[in-house]
Structures are given as C-alpha cells and as structure tokens.
Design a protein around this ligand. Structure first.
Ligand code: GLA
Length: 722
C-alpha cells in the first residue's frame, strides 16, 4: 500500500511487515526518512534529528531552512556536487563540463500494479492488486534533466523495488557519470555488512564484517555480475542472527557490472547505494533521450537473515522466475560434461541415455563439444553447426526421445574462438578497442553481442539447430570476463556505454530465445556460478551454481547462494568426485535442481541402487523443496563440524531436515532444534513412526547424538503432521 500524507508531505510505502517513508522537504528536496519494521504512523518528521547541519556544511541558496544541509540529511536519491559529500547515486556531466547535479521534487503519482520495464529484467505481478507503485518526478532546474524515481511496494511479501528513469528534457546533451538504482540512508552504523565473495569453483562465500567509518563495499567490472562478488548485500543490525534481529537485504536485478557501496559518515549514519558500476560507465543523453537503470530489490526482515532469505525466495519464485518451468516440474537430468568432457560421439551419448533411463533419469544434456571442430577448448565458439565427424545429432536426439527421455544441448552464444570460421569471416565482431590486440582467456574472445547484426547471426545459427531438432533444454554458458571493452560500432562519446549495451544485448538474445522456444528449459551458467543473479533468473529459471561438485565444498556455496536465491534456482548435480559416498552427494544435490554429472556406465550395482533411491526421493520431496521455506539450522561458517538445513511446507505439515557431518565430531550430545514448525501440531517421524509436537521438535530438538556415522556422512529426517 502506498499513501501520501498531504499535511506533512510524506509518502509512505507499506508491505505486510515493513514501512518506507519519503519526506518532501524544503524546496522539494527528497529525504529518506524511514525504512524498517511496519509503522502505523504516517508522519516521522518529529524523529528526524538529521537536518541539523555542521558548521562547514553547505546549503543550497534557495533553501529557507538555513540549518539544513545535504551534508548531513538522509537523502532519497543523492546527487553529486551540491553539498552532499557522501556516495552519490546520480552524477550528470552537463554542457559546461562539470558534474554538479541537483534534483527537486516536481510531482508524484500512485497507481496499482507494477510497470513492465522490459527489456530490463524485473519483478512482475500477475494481478495488479499484488503491488502498488509510486513514481516521483524530480528535476534539475539548470540542465532540465529529470529523474523519475519508481518504487513498487508488494502486498504479498516484504519487498520494495526501485529503479530510476533519467530523461534529458533540457536543450543540451549531457553525460551520465553515475546512474545508480537505489540509495538508503539509515540513522545508525550499528550494522554488519554481509556480502558473498568468491571465485571460480568457490562461489558465494559469506562474509560478515562490522561497518566502519568511510567507504566499504563490493563491485564488479568484469562484464558479468561475476564469481568474485554477487550483486547482493545485507545490513544486519549488530547481533542479528539467522532468526532474530533487523536485517535489510539488497539485490540488483542485473547481470552486468555493479556496485554496492556503503559509506558511514561523521555522524555515524549509513548510506548504501546500489546500481551499475560507475567505473567504466558513462551514458550520453541527447535532448529527448532517456536512460533506465536496472531494478533494485529491497527486503526488510525483523526475523534475522533467515527471514530475509525466505522473503527473497518467495518473491523470486512468485514474481521473478517466469515461463513454463516456473510451475511445471523440471526434468531430472544427466549432463555429459564431467562424464566425458569433449570425448564423446553419438553412441557414447546414447549409452549414457540408455543407462540413465534404467535409473529413472528423465533428460540427457549434451554439454560442450558438439559443434564446429570442437574437441578441446581451443576452437569453434561461434560456429554453431554440428561437428558431423563426431556426431549424428538427428540420430542422437531421436534415440533419446524414443527412450522417453528429453534432450538438452550446450551453447556459449556470447563468445568467439580466434580459431573459428566466424572469427575468420568477421574479425571485428570480437570485443576490442582500437590499437590493442584483445587479451585471451580460456582460448577465447568475447563476441560483441551489443551489436544487433552479431545477435542476428548467432540467433539465426541457434534457430537452425533448435528448429530442426526437438531440443527440450538449453544450457547457456559464459566462460570468461571482458577486457578491452569496446565495440567497433560505438563512437568515442558512447564508448563507455559498452558494458551496459553488452548485457542488454545478452538480455535481447535471451528474450528472443525464450519467446521463440517457450517450452524449452534454459539453464544459465558462467563457468559455474559466475553470473548467478536475479537478472539471469528472469530469463533462466535455474542456474548452474558452481563447477565445484564436491558435496562438502558445495555446502558453503549453497548456503551462501541461499542468502538470496531459492532452491529451485540452484543447479546441483551428483558427480563422480571422490569425497563422501553417493548418499551425501545426493542429499546435498537434493537442495537444488538435482541431477547427475557422471558416466552411468561406471556405477557399481550398489551405487545404482542408491541412485534409484535418490530419484524416488527427488520426486517425493520435489514440491517441499521447490515451494517450501528454507531454514538454515547450522551454517557451515558457524560450525566446523556439521551443517544442517530444513524445508518446511507453507502449511507447516511437512518438514525435511538434512544434516551433514563435514568432519567427525566426538561430542557426546547433539540435539538439533528445528524451526518453522507449528508448535501446536503433532508430527510423525517417518523413520521410526514416533510422534512429537512441533513445540518439542523446536524447543527441545531432535536427539541426534551418535546418529551421524562420521566424516562426510549425511542424514535426512522427514516429519509429517498427523
Ligand atoms: C563451464 C561450465 C561447465 C561446462 C564447461 C564446458 O565451465 O560451468 O559446466 O559446461 O563450461 O566448457
């Protein structure tokens, strides 16, 4: 719900349990007055002690309150060069060459529903009643630039989205130097900043640090959201835990370069800004042109990090993930990569499918190596035609379908190998800048997907395969970062637009693909989880979480990923890796989309029986894991020995608990307290038929003393209400 208190000039956005208040102050300056637990009040001016300026603080000459300064005030969308010395959200270089920017309130509108901001990915509603939207138009009197701040407050979850539409309504061209999506200004710095750092095969490791005065934050200028940092951050009040305390979560619906900057000032307040990374960014706006920032998502929870994550999960399942596989059951797959790498032919893949079928697996995915002359990673990206020396695709697809399995294929559409027909024909189609030979990574260049003609070529090549053969699934990979960022088509004044144009090119291709082939399941990937973000999730309902399939290391990765992203998004496979037995591998992979990445011909009879049991469990727990609420019971960063998590159904009638012993523990007593159950209900433990109250399971816990059998072993418990 969004309301306007005309008397006090306060705009208030309410979600079921949170409120966000914006004040229209003297001369139309917009202030970020409150964000937190839901308030019944529609006026918080009496609380606002932050308008008292310091002796050095400048004040715009027209502001009649001479005590006021943007130096100390909580600014709703802070600008550069007008007395606010903290991180700016907007900086516009004008015709005079300076970046002094000023924004004043002009008008606002409130309406039901949420605008469609395609081609940018965004949260959506299926019914306008699910959400209300506020658009505040602000204007810079000197340049004529307008910034329309667009917020949507959801009525079914504690989510507020925000993005900004910047229009050049002036008479001269301007250049955007910073155009961020979000700013929150909170009146304390008693927070820990939580972010997800990583690298290839070690994505989304949780890091928690107390805020300090000055700048802190994360960014990516790699051309992708990246393995290194995820476009997610949380501010958790000091002492907040998994289940208690105030937590603010922020996530950018964007797959390109991003910045999340936090600054604590001399008054011990906290400003967090989020949006496109300004490092290699500028956007030229001629008169009449406009620029829309990506959408930012804010979640407030007073139920700790767990409450924040569950809100993100519900919101993304309901309002972000789209298409047939939003609700339809996803096929249980086997992928050829770790089973064969580049070493396969038609018969080998048919044999994988035949064995997989016997085990109950539902889809064969042919990974990298089927096209051009690709027998290793040195060639052929860009040559998306079948390597007929290696493969008879029609025979393969038909055989797999005749067995009753679905068939999937791998692409890396945004790349080009120097050793390819495409590169020989179009050397200027690779991402490059004049006068410098492009750097190489994994033997490949990046294809300039910002160009419409390049996209046309790649889409045409993809369609030739996808229309000829019945392809049920496509894995979309992206296996290097972007250096020498530039496009042959961009003039110098637009050269810095490249990174954003690139990712918009990717979104355009993904949009065309999912529109043309609505029944095909598309899985995102970037050397594992290098582009695991909400922007990608809008197009690809599942994303390969990491190339690391070791179940113990996966725990850290999956716990970290779950801060923001739901189980249904996390690609997770059982592989032939050495550590732990197949049971633990299966129990860890069950958290995600579930599948296999191994040669099924090499499984022993005992292992095959375990796989059959896992396939049955996949079906049994499918809805509970996909639609249930996640409780991180013991996080691997809090305990060196065990991890535990559970899924509880929305009606609180079902609960699946998984515990993994990462290292053998000698402790005599281990009671695991469950969460999220109904204390008044009685639950049967499926394993022994015993009945316990929800209260007992949560407040006393389940006695697991000596129930785990040692290093790398796991245990599942399933409770159903009577
Ligand atoms: C990336 C992916 C892998 C696999 C390879 C193929 O690394 O993450 O799953 O598809 O590429 O080259």
């Amino acid at each position: 719900m969004i309301t306007f208190n005309e008397k006090n000039n306060i705009l208030k956005l309410d979600t079921p349990s949170s409120s966000y208040m914006i004040g229209i102050y003297n001369c139309g300056l917009l202030l970020n007055l409150y964000y937190g637990r839901r308030l019944p009040d529609n006026n918080v001016w009496p609380l606002s002690k932050r308008l008292q300026s310091a002796s050095f603080s400048p004040c715009a000459p027209d502001v009649t309150d001479k005590e006021f300064s943007t130096d100390v005030a909580p600014m709703e969308y802070p600008v550069n060069g007008r007395g606010d010395f903290r991180l700016a959200a907007l900086s516009v270089m004008n015709k005079d060459g300076n970046t002094v920017t000023d924004l004043r309130y002009v008008s606002h509108t409130i309406y039901k529903g949420k605008p469609d901001i395609s081609p940018l990915p965004h949260l959506y509603t299926e019914d306008p009643a699910q959400c209300d939207t506020l658009e505040i138009t602000t204007r810079d009197p000197y340049t004529g630039v307008e910034a329309v701040l667009i917020y949507s407050a959801f009525n079914d979850c504690d989510v507020i989205t925000k993005h900004v539409l910047i229009k050049n309504n002036g008479e001269n061209s301007v250049s955007l130097r910073r155009a961020l999506s979000l700013c929150v200004d909170l009146p304390t710095m008693d927070f820990d900043l939580i972010t997800l750092y990583g690298r290839h095969v070690k994505e989304r490791q949780l890091e928690r640090r107390p805020l300090a005065h000055g700048l802190q934050g994360i960014h990516s200028k790699r051309g992708a959201s990246s393995h290194s940092h995820n476009p997610f951050a949380a501010l958790a009040e000091t002492g907040a835990t998994e289940e208690h305390g105030d937590v603010y979560g922020f996530n950018l619906v964007y797959s390109g370069n991003f910045e999340i900057g936090v600054e604590c000032d001399h008054d011990a307040t906290t400003r967090l800004v989020m949006g496109i990374d300004p490092t290699d960014f500028a956007w030229h706006l001629s008169p009449g042109e406009s620029f829309r920032t990506p959408e930012a998502v804010m979640v407030f929870s007073n139920e700790g990090l767990g409450g924040m994550s569950r809100t993100f999960h519900r919101a993304y399942r309901t309002h972000l993930i789209r298409g047939r596989y939003k609700t339809e059951k996803r096929p249980l797959l086997i992928n050829s990569w770790e089973a064969a790498y580049f070493d396969f032919d038609t018969d080998k893949l048919i044999s994988f499918a035949a064995r997989a079928k016997e085990l109950g697996i539902e889809m064969l995915v042919m990974d990298d190596g089927w096209f051009g002359k690709r027998n290793d990673d040195t060639t052929s990206l860009g040559d998306w035609f079948v390597n007929t020396e290696k493969l008879d695709l029609a025979r393969l697809v038909n055989s797999v379908h005749e067995m009753g399995l679905k068939f999937g294929i791998w692409y890396e559409p945004e790349m080009i190998s120097p050793e390819s027909e495409l590169f020989r024909a179009h050397p200027d189609w690779c991402v490059h800048v004049p006068g410098r030979t492009p750097s190489i990574a994994r033997q490949q260049y990046v294809l300039d997907i910002s160009r419409a003609d390049v996209r046309e070529n790649i889409f045409g090549q993809m369609c030739a395969i996808l229309k000829k053969h019945k392809i049920d699934y496509l894995k979309w990979d992206f296996n290097r970062n972007i250096s020498e960022a530039g496009s042959a088509l961009l003039p110098p004044e637009r050269a810095q637009e490249f990174f954003h144009r690139f990712i918009m090119g990717t979104y355009d291709l993904l949009n065309r693909l999912t529109t043309e082939f609505p029944d095909m399941l598309v899985e995102g990937c970037s050397g594992g989880g290098g582009r695991f973000d909400a922007g990608a999730l809008y197009f690809t309902p599942q994303i390969w979480t990491s190339d690391n399939t070791d179940p113990i290391e996966r725990l850290m990765i999956q716990f970290g990923t779950s801060m923001c992203y739901p189980a249904s998004a996390m690609g997770a496979h059982v592989s032939a890796c050495d550590r732990t037995g197949y049971r633990t591998k299966g129990d860890v992979a069950l958290w995600g989309t579930f599948g296999y990445e191994l040669d099924p011909n090499k499984l022993s009879p005992e292992e095959k029986e375990i796989v059959k049991t896992q396939v049955a469990e996949y079906h049994k727990y499918y809805d509970l894991i996909r639609n249930g609420d996640l409780y991180r019971l013991i996080c691997p960063w809090d305990d060196a020995f065990r991890s535990a998590w559970s899924f509880v159904s929305g009606d609180k009638n079902e609960c699946l608990v998984t515990v993994v012993e990462m290292r053998k523990v000698q402790d005599a007593v281990f009671h695991l307290k469950l969460r999220g159950l109904d204390p008044g209900k009685y639950y049967i433990n499926e394993a022994d038929g015993e009945t316990y109250s929800g209260a007992l399971l949560m407040y006393a816990g389940v006695d697991l003393t000596q129930k785990l059998a040692g290093d790398g072993k796991s245990l599942k418990l399933y409770f159903r209400a009577k």
